[in-house]
Design a protein around this ligand. Structure first.
Ligand code: FAD
Length: 274
């Protein structure tokens, strides 16, 4: 089976961002991805924005997966959104617990497993459902083994496959796959890959989501200082090589966190497909 490639967007806030995304999407569509996905601000902060981008992508004849989480929303609100997607012919979804943005109060976070169960209960097999996986283990997880067990629960509840948090260490992914297999997981786990373009932003984001940037990589990237060109050049070479190692090691495809940019994802994918 040929590898599956997919591209993730976030919903832009400004009219200029929305317009730019249309161009980015058209250019990335030429690479024939299996689907695009569009992130969702848990707590409903991007509910309309995400939905608009998803429906627009679907209307452009492309396969698209909205990300979704309960956040603080009630079942009726979430079901109405799911039905809107279904009625528009959207047949994929990324089901998440999400992280409620600070300032939104003490919302009970609903585990992704419960959302998978909810979607299956109300729409049967209509959606191909992805869930999140964490080769470096989710920051809230009680233990490595428990995190894998909870991933298994999400997949057993009816998710079709998983996409990982990004990572820069191929071994983390391969050990994780091995441990998932030992735990009885037999569904595909697609590596999520983050291009390296801006080290300061990447370092901040990685601290929040628990993704490890190896010390040598931190030193190398921060050593470039303001030399953005060198960061981008090295980042692209390094991440392309990471993707090659993953694919050669048996990864079933790659999900790219595009950050709404055509490059460097386009060049990296072209290199991989050579
Ligand atoms: P869950 O699978 O519910 O797990 C959350 C935590 O709870 C884990 O630590 C797990 O070990 C633990 N856990 C699970 N079940 C139980 C249980 N029964 N008892 C005790 N502990 C349990 N965030 C967004 O806000 N919007 C997005 O669009 C978005 N897209 C993402 C896409 C991908 C591919 C990935 C990898 C992450 C994405 N995230 C997104 C981030 C994600 O929402 C956060 O990492 C969030 O903190 C966990 O979501 P989850 O679906 O993995 O949660």
């Amino acid at each position: 089976m040929s590898p599956r490639f997919s591209f993730e967007f976030f919903p832009p806030k400004t009219p200029a961002g929305k317009e730019k995304l249309q161009t980015v999407r058209a250019e990335l569509a030429e690479l024939d991805p299996s689907f695009f996905s569009v992130t969702y601000g848990a707590g409903g902060s991007t509910r309309d924005n995400t939905k608009n981008i998803v429906l627009e992508t679907k209307a452009a004849g492309l396969s698209v997966a909205p990300h979704l989480s309960f956040g603080g929303d009630d079942e009726e609100t979430v079901l109405s959104l799911i039905n809107d997607y279904k009625n528009a012919g959207v047949d994929r979804m990324v089901a998440l617990r999400g992280d409620v943005p600070s300032g939104m109060g003490a919302t009970r976070l609903i585990y992704a497993r419960e959302l998978v169960e909810f979607v299956r209960k109300h729409t049967g097999d209509h959606f191909e459902i992805e869930v999140a996986a964490y080769p470096e283990i989710h920051p809230d997880a009680p233990s490595y083994a428990k995190d894998i067990d909870y991933l298994k629960q999400k997949l057993d509840a009816g998710a079709n496959s998983a996409i990982t948090q990004y990572f820069f260490n191929a071994d983390a992914y391969f050990y994780f796959l091995e441990d998932c297999e030992k735990a009885g997981i037999d569904k595909p786990i697609y590596p999520g890959i983050m291009p390296i373009t801006n080290f300061t932003n990447l370092a901040r984001f990685s601290r929040n989501c628990g993704a490890d940037i190896p010390r040598w990589l931190t030193q190398k990237l921060s050593g470039y200082g303001d030399d953005q060109e060198s960061v981008t050049k090295f980042g692209e070479e390094f991440v392309t090589e990471l993707c090659q190692i993953l694919m050669e090691g048996g990864a079933p495809g790659i999900h790219f966190y595009t950050m709404n940019q055509v490059e460097p994802v386009k060049r990296m994918l072209q290199e991989l497909q050579r």
